[in-house]
Write a protein of this length. Sequence first.
Length: 131
Amino acid sequence: NKEITIYRGETSKDIKYGEANGFTSYTPQKELAKYFSSDGVGKIIELKIKPKDTYGMIGSVGNEIEILIPTKFSDEFMKRKLDDYSNLNIRVFDKLNDDEVNKFSELEDNKHYEDAIELLMNYVKKYKQNI
């Protein structure tokens, strides 16, 4: 799987907010990246990546072509996701033993939100008939 070179024009939104949650869009067209960078500081980000490591390419409005690159979710986003899932399954917490509660709490306290969600999903499966 051969690497390709893709580009992103850093925008003022990138500078203010950082990476998006879940993906960032790039283009195979350096000129298009230059166009978008004019809204920021003029910086062009160049990335070499294998197509299998992307979410794929989509056609957008007009001639714009985007290649979606996976990014990590922010802690704030993952915390909200954990809180939402916890609230939906609040009754399972009554069924947990002390070790299970401590394991979950440790993951949450250390901001390992994705692992905490996975653990909670396992608890829901384990206790689903009892809640």
